[in-house]
Design a binder for this molecule. Structure first.
Ligand SMILES: Cc1cc2nc3c(=O)[nH]c(=O)nc-3n(C[C@H](O)[C@H](O)[C@H](O)COP(=O)(O)OP(=O)(O)OC[C@H]3O[C@@H](n4cnc5c(N)ncnc54)[C@H](O)[C@@H]3O)c2cc1C
Length: 352
């Protein structure tokens, strides 16, 4: 079988790259092993314009947020699903300095922050120092997007559900071959697996582990996301919420830990007035890196091998924007943003 591109991985990165390549008329095949502990299958899908104790804007959010909003909406229309919902964050201040930082940013005219009065919240939460609102915030509906795009790829005979084996990849002049597939290029969208991938393991990956609980909380309003250290996110299923997450740089494996479950339960008991039931506990490694910028581009020594990775904690906002940019680079030679282009690691990647 001959195609233009062989993609490895159908997390949110591989989904968006295969979407834009197909849309621009390229022929593709995607190999994905459907690992349930892939970051995209554990993530909440939040696209949040501001972060941290100082409530600062995230990198490029002025471009990424509107781009993501229209890209997910378009993909949703084409697949017949709701791919994105606006769910603003009610940010509960956990300490006086956090409240002050929020109010300072609000006074400075930060457009993503709002005052929001709803005494009803006192019925559901123990409130220490008040709250503010972050808006607009979106939630990519990963639970629907990934299976719907997979179904689309399967229907078009563009998906092989199996584990990719690097030993069976051969590089030729101007193309690659993998079993019965011949492609102009292979692009790795393989998430944390790339940190051990023979071609890209020298990139400065800094993987970290994150965990989430799936909770049943009857009676908690579902219009918004609630945040107080941990984030409580309404899921599609009635009464279900996602609660996460932690950031562990030291870990033995990618499995859920009792420690997280106990700490999260304790925090929630302090914060939430309503009863809740733990239905599930998930964990995954995030494909993060020391620069917190994506890895997009072609290997400096191997023009038939590319990577679309390094999405860290922000795959849902970064993937659509940079997938379109990468597809335009691959098909028409348009530039990749230098901060995202793996050209910046040319020296490291060229070392043999
Ligand atoms: C707890 C948690 C919460 C998060 N919350 C958010 C959030 O709210 N918002 C946000 O934007 N981001 C969030 N993230 C980060 C987000 O999950 C990642 O940025 C994103 O999912 C990375 O996507 P990816 O496609 O690059 O990698 P992955 O999701 O890991 O996808 C890689 C795919 O490649 C496949 N694969 C790998 N190796 C092989 C192989 N050899 N053969 C075949 N298939 C292979 C895997 O099965 C997988 O399907 C969160 C992460 C975690 C862990």
């Amino acid at each position: 079988m001959r195609v233009d591109f062989l993609l490895i991985g159908q997390g949110i990165a591989g989904t968006w790259l295969s979407y834009y390549l197909s849309k621009k008329g390229a022929s593709i095949i995607v190999i994905d092993d459907a690992a349930q502990n892939a970051a995209s299958r554990v993530a909440a899908g939040i696209i949040n314009p501001v972060t941290g104790r100082r409530v600062v804007r995230t990198w490029m959010i002025e471009e990424l947020l509107p781009f993501a909003a229209s890209a997910y909406e378009q993909m949703g229309k084409e697949l017949g699903i709701t791919a994105l919902l606006q769910k603003d964050i009610i940010d509960f201040f956990s300490a006086p300095d956090i409240k002050l930082a929020f109010e300072k940013r609000l006074q400075e005219g930060e457009g993503y922050l709002k005052k929001w009065d709803s005494p009803l919240l006192n019925d559901f939460f123990h409130v220490d120092f008040g709250w503010g609102m972050i808006s607009p915030v979106y939630m990519a509906q990963l639970e629907d997007i990934l299976p719907a795009w997979r179904l689309h790829l399967t229907a078009n005979q563009q998906l092989a559900e199996e584990k990719f084996d690097p030993a069976q990849l051969f590089l030729h002049d101007g193309h690659i071959s993998y079993r019965d597939i011949i492609a102009q290029k292979i692009i790795f969208c393989d998430g944390v697996a790339a940190a051990n991938n023979p071609w890209f393991s020298k990139l400065p990956f800094a993987l970290h582990k994150g965990e989430a609980l799936i909770l049943e909380i009857p009676d908690l309003p579902r219009e918004n996301i609630y945040k107080k250290g941990l984030t409580l996110v309404p899921l599609k299923e009635k009464n279900y919420f996602w609660l996460g997450s932690n950031y562990l740089w030291e870990y033995k494996n990618d499995l859920p830990t009792e420690k997280f479950q106990n700490e999260a339960r304790q925090k929630l008991n302090y914060w939430l007035k309503l009863p809740f039931r733990i239905m599930d506990h998930k964990a995954a490694l995030r494909p993060a890196n020391v620069e917190r910028r994506p890895f997009v581009g072609i290997h400096p020594l191997h023009p038939s091998i590319g990577i679309f990775n390094g999405m860290g904690t922000k795959g849902c906002s970064l993937a659509p924007y940079f997938a379109k940019q990468f597809a335009e680079f691959l098909l028409s030679g348009e530039a990749i943003l230098p901060e995202a282009d793996i050209n910046r690691f040319q020296k490291i990647l060229s070392r043999t």
